[in-house]
Design a protein around this ligand. Structure first.
Ligand code: HEC
Ligand code: HEC
Length: 231
């Protein structure tokens, strides 16, 4: 009797994997679901305490929140809610998998994360990077109107007209590092970075061609950081 239960249990665990096989991508782990308490904590994050905590981040993310290497994202001027959510994603391991970041956040409490997020939100976002090539009209069209045929919603509809970020935790992307931008979009398209609750970035990136992805990265690097949508 007991043995039969064990076998049934094993089948339940193994079946979904063998049925879906490797050809079907499983959605990544669910992302943080906000509670009212967390939102309140992030809104009242302590900037000066956050500044102290961020000293241990600055050899990579810079004193002023501008990443020192191409693959290190800029955090300056980012919406605090978005930064907080990503720190939780690294800590939980799975929604975002990155060992160096996980080590840095593993001992941060929720309050520490709220404070450090408030500090980065208070900094001046990156200036336009005009060393990046200007982009063809079709790229600007993707940003402003999307592409109905492919079911692509305009980037600006969620990320704001100037890439300044949008509702709740939709990140500012204006002025983001080109290399980081491309890598992270690829992670979304391979379903290796957590979706937001609606899965929007994963679905969207799988429909973009490589050259469009590069063009979009260039567009936003050249744009520079816009004004914050919300504090
Ligand atoms: C050793 C270098 C290094 C250190 C130190 C470091 N980071 Fe990072 N951080 C990175 C890299 C590289 C990435 C991009 C990882 C990825 O692709 O997911 C990143 C990503 C992030 C992101 C995601 C940004 C986005 O736009 O999604 C946040 C937020 C962040 N780091 C905050 C911090 C904080 C806060 C600290 C200090 C407690 C810290 N980091 C320390 C290298 C570092
Ligand atoms: C339906 C809303 C929506 C649309 C449309 C959308 N995004 Fe996003 N985007 C999001 C959300 C929400 C996130 C944050 C996901 C998370 O929590 O990891 C995000 C994250 C990103 C990131 C990661 C930022 C970082 O710092 O790591 C980039 C880059 C990005 N989007 C670019 C784009 C581009 C380019 C387009 C247009 C082709 C686009 N997005 C369209 C909602 C959207």
């Amino acid at each position: 009797m007991a043995a039969r239960h064990v076998i049934t249990g094993l089948l339940i665990i193994v079946c979904p994997i063998s049925v879906y096989g490797e050809s079907v991508k499983m959605p990544p782990k669910a992302s943080l679901l906000w509670t009212a308490d967390q939102q309140r904590m992030v809104k009242s994050g302590d900037v000066s305490r956050g500044k102290e905590l961020a000293e241990r981040c600055s050899h990579c993310h810079g004193e002023n929140g501008i990443g020192v290497e191409p693959e290190v994202p800029n955090l300056a001027g980012q919406l605090a809610a978005y930064t907080y959510k990503q720190l939780q994603h690294y800590k939980a391991k799975g929604p975002r998998n990155h060992n160096p970041m996980r080590r840095r956040v593993s001992r941060l409490s929720d309050q520490d994360m709220a404070d450090v997020s408030a500090w980065y939100a208070s900094l001046e976002p990156a200036a336009p990077d005009l060393s990046q090539p200007s982009v063809p009209e079709e790229i600007a069209k993707l940003v402003k109107t999307g592409d109905q045929k492919r079911g692509l919603i305009a980037c600006a509809a969620c990320h704001g007209e100037r890439g300044e970020g949008g509702p709740i935790d939709t990140p500012a992307i204006g002025g983001q590092k080109l290399e980081y931008f491309i890598t992270t979009m690829q992670l979304f398209s391979q379903f290796e970075r957590a979706r937001d609750v609606y899965n929007s970035m994963c679905n969207l990136t799988t429909r973009l061609k490589d050259e469009e992805l590069r063009g979009l990265a260039s567009y936003y690097a050249r744009l520079g950081g816009g004004k914050l949508a919300t504090k």
